[in-house]
Design a protein around this ligand. Sequence first.
Ligand SMILES: [Zn+2]
Length: 455
Amino acid sequence: MQKKKRAGLALTIGAIVVLLGGLGWFLAGIFEGEKPGVDLQPLPEFLTGSQKFTLATSDMKRGLKELDVSVTQEGREITILKKKFPFKGLLNRDGAHMFETEFSIDPSKLNLTQGRADLRVRVWDYSRRSGGDGNLSLVQHKRVVDTVPPAIRAISRLHYINIGGAGLIVYQTSSDSIRSGVFVNDLFFPGFPADKESGEGLHVCYFAIPVNIKPHPEVYLWAKDRAGNLSRARFNHRLRKKRFRTVRVNITDRFLKRILPYFSFYHFSPGENDIEKFLQINKDLRKENAQTFYNLRTKTASEKLWDGAWLRQKNVANMAKFGERRFYYYKGKEIDEEIHLGVDLASLANSDVLAANNGRVIFAGRFGIYGLTLVLDHGQGLASVYSHLSKMTVKPGQEVMKGQVIGITGQTGLAGGDHLHFSVMVSGVFANPIEWWDSHWVQDNITRKLALLDK
Ligand SMILES: [Zn+2]
């Protein structure tokens, strides 16, 4: 009997231990302290229009009980989404543990005003914590409603621009605009603030119509605000067609023998003969160089550095014009076609090269087919280029004055003889230098427009 009693007691204690353990496990389970997971995407700083959001929530322990999404603006709370998940099965084992949904917030439909509006997501689970309310996950995201695009309008009135040439527009934007300028098809020409102090939002923008542009390009003013709203505006402009001559360039073996050693740095495809090497230089290296020139536009100063008509080198013959279409021939056969994007000026060999205007050296060194090259920045996107030099007398970063000797002419790179290849760039796009040398053109198209800023 004694034995039986003791065994029974042991059994009872054992059961109690198991029960207590089970109760502990059960209580720990129903009072679990793990908050539901919440993932809200995207998290934009601004709302500029109807925006779609994805919300993913999960609670792998007791499961999801309730969620609510709302927008609050100046004390007004708008419910966007509310959902209750039923309790299912023993300990909610069959309840919702994961839930994903999409919702949209449309500032105009919700009558939100411009300014701050906060998005709030709350998710509760079925834990018995917090007096039975469950664990709460709260995601709050501050955002600013800005659905008004920036204002932009032209101040200067008439803009006559030659194909291959440049122009200037004076325009005004609202203070929220962070980037503005002119688009010519998909080419962007940035504008620069003309009056940082006054806060009137006046800007200047130099732009160019590429010489090889297709007829009827789209030319318009453009602005973007902090929130990402975009504006475009027309402005009065007339594009004038220009005729550019075509030139036949005969490539001789003697010329190839003379110029190819300079390009020993170039990685030619193996087994290429001289004329194939020439074509690689004339096409591929030229294209690479064009990209490098274009990239220099970001080095420009935001203020105007230049003054008055640009200086043309003294006592020079114009050997090749801007925009001429060159057809290359070898042994009577046409092998290539390129456009000449500068002016070739020849004088005595090893002549002084003068800075076309006041500016700052932004490049000095070897530059592919252009040989030894100097690039001067004149501010607000304008630059001048001096190529095929034999010597440079200025360094990158150095400030130069109009007429200052900056180098000596030569025939480095792809040059048929000693000459200066001179170019003008407008935000990285080559423009006809003839306009900038012409004091009347500068007066009518640039200076007179800049004078609008002084009124
Ligand atoms: Zn040239």
